[in-house]
Design a protein around this ligand. Structure first.
Ligand SMILES: NC(=O)c1ccc[n+]([C@@H]2O[C@H](COP(=O)([O-])OP(=O)(O)OC[C@H]3O[C@@H](n4cnc5c(N)ncnc54)[C@H](O)[C@@H]3O)[C@@H](O)[C@H]2O)c1
Length: 316
């Protein structure tokens, strides 16, 4: 299969592209390599992918329809895995316009081009943040998600709506995957797992938002990658599916695990919860089990162990 992966230089995109290449698919990677975080990390990710002869890369912005059309016309992808996005909740509050541009217009461009190319399946990254501050747990795909609490979440919900529209109008086979906080090797430096390990290793203070009782469902990257590949392979009609771990971890437990693995005490600066932050994320993954055969295998402490080992080799 020839699969176009957007956001291929990013954290999840580079893992998904690598897993596809390892099993023998051809991958067309697209990424604008923006500077949301250090571009050096994205270039390192591309360095890993460039070793595979069946990988071709285009530095292109998904918001640029003409540039993306050239990629589709030249490469004729059979499937699309759309992971490029402006990610991150707090920065979306400071700069909502760039989130709307990439996450809504960029997604629309890809749907339009994928429709023209008559792709066999389209997988799109959504997020647990669409559940907002919902109190009912665990979060099910059946729950109403009309109350996002950040521009990021609203753009991810908008992406899902566009996907449904393209399925309805053109019969495209589309699966939207709601990822629940993904972590692991090559993880994003703006996310808590990376920042906590980095700061504690260097003896720098960490920012602890709230009283430490907020809980989050952390999902290890290899589990997410398996779910994404299953979604691309199964060519479901139209589905929205949670990919989480179904085992939320409190912030206090998380900090204790980091201290144990790094071997140092954390100096925590306690701060109030931030606008856009949610109290708990907790995935009901029964639909993913049923439709994708998705069974996350990595316990949080084990995944963090692998992350810390990677961090020590590559970042410290
Ligand atoms: N990491 C998580 O915990 C998490 C959770 C929920 C959802 N997601 C979603 O998963 C996807 C991948 O996230 P990630 O953590 O790998 O983020 P990432 O920032 O590491 O990767 C995204 C990539 O997209 C690229 N990109 C951004 N705007 C672009 C544009 N206009 N044109 C082309 N490329 C562009 C970036 O340069 C980056 O390399 C995103 O859609 C994100 O919203 C991630």
């Amino acid at each position: 299969m020839k699969i176009l992966v957007t956001g291929a230089a990013g954290f999840i995109g580079s893992h998904v592209a690598e897993a596809l290449l390892k099993r023998g698919d051809a991958v067309i990677g697209v990424d604008c390599i923006n500077d949301y975080y250090d571009v050096k990390f994205k270039k390192e990710n591309l360095g890993i992918l460039n070793k595979y002869p069946c990988f071709v890369f285009y530095k292109a912005d998904i918001c640029d329809f003409k540039a993306m059309k050239k990629v589709f016309d030249k490469e004729n992808p059979e499937k699309v895995v759309h992971l490029a996005a402006r990610a991150g909740v707090r920065p979306s509050i400071d700069n909502p316009f760039i989130y709307e541009e990439t996450n809504v217009k960029g997604t629309l461009n890809l749907l339009e081009l994928a429709k023209e190319a008559k792709v066999k399946s389209f997988v799109s990254a959504s997020s647990s943040s669409v559940y907002g501050n919902q109190k009912k747990i665990p979060f099910s795909e059946k729950d109403n998600v009309d109350h996002p609490i950040s521009p990021y979440a609203a753009t991810k919900k908008a992406g899902e709506l566009l996907c449904h529209t393209y399925h309805h109008l053109y019969g495209m086979k589309i699966t939207c995957l709601r990822f629940f906080t993904v972590y692991g090797p090559r993880g994003r430096p703006d996310m808590a797992p990376y920042m906590f390990v980095n700061n504690v290793s260097k003896g720098a203070p960490i920012k602890k938002f709230g009283d430490g009782k907020s809980r989050r469902d952390y999902t290890f990257i290899t589990d997410i990658t398996e779910g994404v590949l299953a979604a691309a392979d199964r060519e479901l009609e139209f589905e929205i599916i949670n990919l989480g771990n179904n085992k939320p971890v409190s912030l206090n437990e998380f900090i204790a695990i980091v201290e144990k693995l790094v071997g140092k005490k954390a100096a925590a600066n306690e701060m109030p919860m931030q606008p856009g932050d949610v109290d708990i994320t907790y995935a009901d993954i029964s639909k993913a089990k049923k439709l994708l055969g998705y069974y996350p295998k990595t316990r949080f402490e084990e995944g963090m162990k692998q992350f810390v080992e990677w961090y020590k080799k590559n970042r410290f």
